[in-house]
Design a protein around this ligand. Structure first.
Ligand code: SF4
Ligand code: SF4
Length: 96
């Protein structure tokens, strides 16, 4: 499952199920920090899934508003367990 953002210090990640996304943009509207934008890639539904604006990955508050706005639960926040380990490479913005 692609991770849009991984924050090791907060032990949280923002996940995106790319092919479940229907491109409705509700997550973008709902995000209070305005860090999401539509990407130019197409998924299997011929929809454009969201991505994190370049350089804005540290502005995510993990508030879950995007998760609550998404009608198909394609974008959501997960709590990372200690033993799952987040690699140095994963930390920060993970492009999709
Ligand atoms: S968790 Fe909150 S701040 Fe982060 S992308 Fe979703 S709505 Fe925006
Ligand atoms: S709200 Fe969900 S379905 Fe709509 S664009 Fe965002 S991730 Fe995709």
């Amino acid at each position: 499952m692609p991770k849009l953002i991984v924050k090791k210090d907060k032990k949280k990640s923002l996940m995106l199920n790319i092919h479940r996304c229907q491109g409705c943009e509700l997550c973008i509207v709902a995000c209070p920090t305005g860090i999401l934008e539509m990407s130019d890639r197409l998924n299997v539904r011929f929809a454009n899934p969201p991505r994190v604006r370049a350089g804005k990955e540290n502005s995510c508050q993990f508030c879950r508003r995007c998760e609550l706005a998404c009608p198909v639960w394609a974008i959501y926040v997960v709590e990372e367990k200690e033993d799952e380990g987040i690699s140095k490479e994963e930390e920060g913005n993970v492009s999709t």
